[in-house]
Ligand binder design. Structure first.
Ligand code: CA
Length: 380
């Protein structure tokens, strides 16, 4: 910590341009005069030249959205504290910018310096982005974090997002997600045919191949879509977030997961804006994002565990199910076929697929002899 504080000590004499662009369009912003007042509290030696860098972040989530939104607040608070007030990040939720799935475009265009979303939402623009959220039958969170930071994942993510004018960073992991909420029990492959389901990422393509009518819907509209019958089923996250959304009241069958074993959210930073930051603030921002991401992983686990522990008492209407071996096997086969198809026509996709496949094969051996070996004899 001492070293870190030394690193982020304000640079005296450095003139920093304040990014006030577009501030008037955002009602939450502090006026420039207030910023000046804050600067005036700085020690006399820095008083004259120190200005606050104010950035804006757009998130996919609605205002006050738990866990995901909290991760963004954690990051922004940390940036302000570690930079000793030199940098601030203002957060706009989907209620404000009205573009839950427009985050990548807005950060690329510089309309926002930063964004918080999920990489697989951009599969329509670039299928390779899906690998940086999670993949069906893919790595679990510890394996995937190891891949990101030590197995070449960050480099591959940088390569993919270079084309979109942003840097992408892990933005918080949900851990293993539940397979979703269904109005009717799914017993056979026939039950999937014609089923209207909200499910993003590569899992959506897999289910589409099995006859499901797949759609993606912004988080704020999920309950209404399910309630009105626009969709018959949906997956969202898991007990950490799902039960508060009330899905169990209208679709009581809750399936275990196969499709999102380690969903990583995403911080995005406009490349030009990041490159123009002084080195110590780049470091502050990077550390704050990584801390917030890992903190969200721990928080997600906690919230899921707490909700799950009381599920029978608090949510007696929930019926827990697991897809049959026949359905899981068909999903696996569809997954393999689709991966092979994409890889054949898209060299970038192939490169990342090969990296993840090889890494998972290696890391899974360790998972098996460590966590799995331990757990299989210790589940009561
Ligand atoms: Ca999900």
């Amino acid at each position: 910590m001492k070293q870190l504080m030394k690193l982020i000590k304000p640079l005296t004499g450095l003139m920093i341009l304040v990014a006030f662009t577009g501030l008037t369009a955002c009602g939450e912003k502090q006026p420039a005069a207030q910023q000046a007042a804050q600067s005036a509290e700085q020690p006399a030696t820095q008083k004259a030249e120190k200005e606050v860098i104010v950035w804006k972040l757009a998130q996919t989530w609605g205002s006050g959205f738990p866990i995901f939104g909290d991760a963004v607040i954690t990051m922004a608070d940390l940036v302000k504290e570690l930079s000793d007030g030199e940098m601030e990040i203002r957060i706009d939720s989907a209620n404000k910018h009205k573009a839950a799935f427009g985050i990548l475009d807005m950060v690329n265009a510089g309309q926002y310096e930063m964004g918080h979303s999920a990489s697989y939402y951009w599969k329509g623009k670039n299928p390779s982005t899906m690998f940086f959220s999670t993949m069906p039958f893919g790595m679990i969170a510890p394996e995937q974090y190891a891949w990101f930071y030590y197995g070449g994942g960050m480099e591959l993510m940088k390569k993919v997002y270079d084309k979109h004018g942003v840097y992408s960073f892990p933005g918080g992991n949900t851990g293993n997600q539940m397979g979703g909420w269904f109005r009717k029990e799914i017993n056979t492959l026939d039950d999937l045919k014609g089923l209207k389901m909200r499910i993003p990422g590569f899992a959506g393509e897999v289910l589409s191949k099995l006859g499901v009518v797949v759609t993606n819907i912004a988080p704020g509209e999920l309950y209404t879509a399910l309630d009105r019958g626009t969709i018959d089923a949906l997956e969202w996250v898991g007990p950490s977030l799902d039960l508060n959304m009330g899905f169990q009241k209208i679709a009581p069958y809750y399936y275990t997961g196969w499709h999102e074993p380690a969903t990583e959210l995403q911080f995005m930073v406009n490349k030009e804006k990041f490159d123009a930051l002084p080195a110590h603030l780049q470091k502050v921002l990077t550390i704050s994002m990584q801390y917030a991401a890992y903190d969200m992983y721990a928080r997600s686990y906690h919230e899921s565990a707490v909700n799950w522990a009381s599920i029978e008492k608090d949510y007696p209407e929930v019926k827990i199910r697991t897809f049959s071996p026949e359905i899981i096997s068909a999903m696996k086969q569809a997954n393999q076929e689709l991966l092979a198809e994409h890889a054949q026509s898209d060299p970038a996709f192939k490169e990342i697929l090969e990296s993840q496949t090889a890494y998972m094969k290696m890391a899974r051996k360790w998972t098996e002899i460590s966590d799995y070996a331990y757990l299989k004899d210790n589940i009561e």
